[in-house]
Design a protein around this ligand. Structure first.
Ligand code: B12
Length: 456
């Protein structure tokens, strides 16, 4: 029993030390200091135990009995961290498992950005919606590039289709998506409930002056290829600090990466002889997150967007729809529903309180809702609040891909025991509150290039 206790204790002490060093590297010094303290305490306890054992102080029957209980307890606890415990089979049904009541279509003109564009919140906020997003280290160039890819989502289909089996072509497309830069790829069928009824047009809907101009959506494709791209941990860490521009720049960059990946992938499918359309931030006909849930990329978190096993919520999404026959992926149960029901760090830390605590039935699905107007108005209320990503930053699933975190999420995606441990580590080591600072709005705001040709 001595070797079991010292062995497991030693592994925990080393793991905690590794955790502490990782925390310093990821710029969370409080967690690093506490981790260091915990590893020293553990090492000290193991040292005392080893000393007492070698001196023969633990040879009595009671001491032996206690050692058995402690040793077995430690072993069972460690195994329980990785056993499939507390699974939610309903998650394996994806969005179908969340259906409740009658679904309703959503018009893209009613998203909060597009309402702001045509002046729903006044002329100043409609301009800020464009100007503030471009206040990044790249002077908003990525956003201009994405806008240029607005008209590259469709194209000519090659007349002779390549003959390949469904399995071969699916593997080929996934390989190509990764080659182009996607970190995650999954395939599902297009769900009509998550397709906009109409598309909003920036060019024809005059800035600050309603009404919105829209075109009906007629998406006939059967399959959707969902693409995820990781955002840099360090850059997202800077959200709502004096270095917020870096975080904003990373958002623009990832949007551009995905616009490029989705447009080129759609083009490749058309080259194979099948119709395909890219959907990216400046030209999309679908809600990305629920499709990604069905494609097995992850699950919806309390903050309403997708949490993945690989990067947590720190991913952006785009997609390609096609009539090419593909092999579908299946939704996953990685423990997010259970975790988020017991963790409210994102809603508690949302400055405009835009994340309600309870799930609600919204347009036919029981899911976590978001008060988008509150979120958006906070974005345009400061010099560094545009693109606020605090709910993502504080999410315990948002960790860099260091070894210690990979091990923790391997367990969390399987076992309820690891999920509870992880939550308490988040609260005790990283803290319950996130620190942020709002900067004043700039006096002059310059409109970005892409808006220059629109009516003002
Ligand atoms: C408009 C918009 C916003 C608006 C409004 C959000 C809203 N809920 O409407 C505002 C400004 C608030 C916003 C903020 C953010 N957004 Co936003 N947003 C969008 C956008 C462009 C359109 C969403 C939309 O049509 N909303 C209107 C209706 C549909 O909203 P809703 O009823 O609340 O439904 C939302 C979800 O619940 C989900 N959904 C709808 N039906 C169903 C059904 C089921 C079963 C499920 C599970 C989910 C689900 O889809 C909607 C968007 O997430 C999408 C891109 C896209 N096409 O999906 C990105 C998108 C959702 N945003 C994204 C992100 C990352 C953010 C921010 C973190 C900002 C940032 N810095 O990056 C914050 C997070 C705020 C929050 N907690 O939600 C990512 C999410 C990536 C992910 N991991 O899932 C997306 C997909 C953009 C992208 N291409 O990557 N966003």
């Amino acid at each position: 029993m001595f070797y079991l206790i010292t062995g497991i204790g030693g592994v925990y002490a080393l793991f905690t030390l590794w955790f502490a060093l990782s925390c310093f590297k990821e710029r969370t010094p409080r967690a690093g200091r506490l981790g260091l303290l915990a590893s020293v305490v553990l090492a000290f306890l193991i040292g005392i135990y080893a000393w007492a054992w070698t001196r023969g102080l633990l040879a009595g029957t009671v001491a032996q009995y206690i050692q058995w209980v402690v040793g077995l307890g430690m072993a069972l606890f460690t195994i329980a961290l990785f056993l499939p415990l507390g699974r939610r089979p309903k998650s394996l049904a994806g969005t179908r498992g969340m259906r409740e009541g009658a679904p309703e279509k959503f018009n893209q003109k009613d998203t909060i950005f597009n309402r702001a564009h045509v002046g729903a919140f006044g002329p100043e906020e409609s301009k800020q919606r464009w100007a503030l997003q471009s206040m990044d280290p790249f002077n908003g160039l990525y956003w201009t590039l994405v806008m240029m890819l607005r008209h590259q989502v469709t194209g000519k289909v090659r007349p002779q289709a390549k003959a390949m089996s469904k399995e071969e072509i699916t593997a080929d497309i996934k390989r190509m998506a990764k080659h182009l830069g996607a970190d995650l790829v999954g395939i599902t069928t297009v769900k009509d409930d998550f397709v906009y009824s109409e598309n909003f047009s920036y060019e024809e809907s005059k800035l600050s002056v309603g009404p919105a101009v829209t075109t009906p959506v007629d998406l006939k494709h059967k399959y959707i290829i969902c693409l995820g791209r990781e955002m840099d941990y360090g850059k997202i860490h800077d959200t709502l600090t004096s270095k917020n521009e870096d975080s904003l720049g990373e958002i623009g960059k990832t949007y551009y990466d995905l616009a490029h990946i989705s447009c080129v992938l759609a083009s490749y499918i058309r080259y194979l002889g099948y119709d395909a359309r890219a959907h990216h931030v400046r030209n999309e006909q679908v809600f990305q997150a629920p499709h990604a849930v069905d494609a097995g990329l992850g699950e919806q978190g309390r903050h309403t967007y997708l949490i993945t096993k690989e990067f947590g919520p720190r991913v952006r999404l785009a997609s390609v729809t096609t009539n090419l026959e593909l092999v579908e992926d299946k939704p996953v149960d990685i423990g997010v529903q259970d975790f988020c029901e017991n963790c409210e760090l994102c809603s508690a830390n949302c400055p405009p309180q835009a994340l309600p605590k309870e799930k609600e039935v919204t347009r036919g699905y029981l899911r976590w809702p978001q008060k988008s107007e509150q979120c958006f108005r906070f974005w345009v209320s400061g010099g560094n609040t545009f693109g606020c990503t605090l709910c993502l930053k504080i999410c315990p699933w948002n960790k860099p891909r260091f070894f210690v975190h990979k091990i923790a999420f391997l367990g969390a995606s399987r076992s309820v025991v690891m999920r509870r441990v992880l939550f308490w580590i988040s609260v005790l080591f990283y803290g319950r509150e996130i620190h942020w600072r709002k900067l004043p709005l700039p006096e002059e705001i310059e409109m970005p290039v892409e808006t220059k040709t629109w009516g003002r």
